[in-house]
Write a protein that binds this ligand. Structure first.
Ligand code: THU
Length: 161
């Protein structure tokens, strides 16, 4: 007889005005990256900002390529840059913002499977959750963690048995 299991995940939705000063600052850094996106194929601009434990911020935007799969999402540009430049620092929080095109409201880019996996690696490595702030339409922010975004995730613990 099969045993049914459920894996609950948590997320909270805030109004932008309810965020802490640190959270607002990170979201603003991510918004500022929308203009840096190189997205001539999708026109979908994404900005990401990573907050490290020292307070340093590392930013990224999506970078597309004529050979489509060679491009990279904003989240991975940012988190790989954080890992490359600050290898010893823990990641506290990542803000992610997306816009289909200029003049439109933000849409929630909830991070693709590859980015969830990439962010999971850093959460697993540091043994502490990474908070995620996703900007949604109407000035809303969805707050969750990488673990909540990737239930049943695969990490080094699985690899080592
Ligand atoms: N993209 C991101 O940068 N982050 C996401 O969470 C979703 C998708 C990028 C990839 C591609 O450049 C464009 O958005 C359309 O998929």
């Amino acid at each position: 007889m099969a045993k049914k299991i459920t894996h609950e995940v948590e997320a909270e939705i805030f109004d932008y005005s309810e965020l802490s000063a640190d959270e607002k600052a990170l979201v603003e850094e991510a918004k500022g990256m929308l203009d840096h996106a190189y997205a001539p194929y999708s026109n979908f601009h994404v900005g990401a900002a990573v907050l490290l434990e020292s307070g340093a911020m590392v930013k990224g935007s999506n970078q597309e390529n004529a050979a489509y799969p060679s491009g990279l999402c904003a989240e991975r540009v940012a988190i790989f840059s954080a890992g490359a430049n600050y290898p010893k620092e823990k990641v506290k929080m990542i803000a992610i913002v997306a816009k289909p095109r200029e003049g439109k409201d933000y849409v929630m880019a909830s991070s693709c499977g590859n980015c969830r996996q990439a962010m999971m690696e850093y959460e697993s490595k540091q043994g502490e959750p990474i908070d995620l702030l996703f900007v949604r339409p109407n000035n809303e922010i969805l707050k969750t963690t990488v673990g909540d975004l990737l239930p049943f995730g695969f990490d080094s613990k699985s690899l080592n048995g």
